[in-house]
Ligand binder design. Sequence first.
Ligand code: UD1
Length: 339
Amino acid sequence: MKILVTGGTGYIGSHTVVELQQQGFEVVIIDNLSNSQIGVIDAITSITGIKPHFEQFDLVNRELTSQFFSRHTDIMGVIHFAAFKAVGESVEKPLKYYRNNLVSLMNILESMSEFNIPNLVFSSSCTVYGQPDELPVSEKAPTKKAESPYGNTKQISEEIIQDTLKSSKMNAIALRYFNPIGAHESAKIGELPLGVPNNLVPFITQTAIGIRQQLSVFGDDYNTPDGTAVRDYIHVVDLAQAHVIAVKRMIELKMKQSFEIFNLGTGTGLSVLDVITSFERVSGEKLNYKIVGRRAGDIEQVWANSDFSNEVLGWKAKKTVDEMTASAWKWEKVYREIV
Ligand code: UD1
């Protein structure tokens, strides 16, 4: 059974390709390599023993997208990861984000409809909830006005998908990720940000290994137990496995309605200092960090109510925060070749 993974050489995409292959799916990857490297294909192959079919082009190009689907009419489902995701950059360059994230989605939906490809799994984000009124936040919580163009592309994308489904036979599942961190246990794939990382864990591991001088902790005056902001960190492999379950749910015709939404989180909120403490515990390293002011656009705290995913998908995040930070550290060291 053939599954298309867009953005399959990226961070979450590559881990999902591995899980799909290990569950017997044939995987085809499209990626324009704008934020990932071609070597990821070899890394995936060395983990699973199977080389995924790979095509490099930009899904914003409608013609190329349509041509691709005309050559692969036997695709059973599409998992659409390919998108820009840097919150700060999206504020500087909103049109870059709207064009890339929305046009590519529309091109995919048009081609899926043209070639009767029935199933879409969409990468969404907990950012659609903003700062929720109630915690933990469930899928029933209202979405709030997005803080950034990036966040807005996720909200609009969900709406575009929903509207498209109303007039087609397609099904879609939107998976709303909390904060994915960590790396595959083989340390052959992991998070590989280009340039200075925006996200917490790659910044921690790059600081510990000496590429960055010091981690800035953004704010310790939040209304949280230790004053630093709280998130629901989830191991990327747990997250990847949920995609396989979502794809199977669609293929096995188990969906209750044509559009379903699931939170993917652990259900536990951890502060920035909790993550640093875990990293120091598992690595034995003392992290150089200092508290600075809040980062613009950050929310105070969010963590998931994942009951719906647990019950309906039969999926539960299994890995602990120490497993997350240890795997991220192992990946950083192997990637920099010092172990
Ligand atoms: C953000 C987005 C999320 C998006 C993700 C992709 C929001 C609310 N969330 O997650 O939707 O999918 O980026 O990149 O917009 N921190 C530090 N120092 C650092 C880096 C981060 O203290 O150098 C803190 C942040 O203030 C935050 C936590 O660590 O409290 C996590 O930050 P980060 O990893 O950037 O993820 P989010 O901002 O939660």
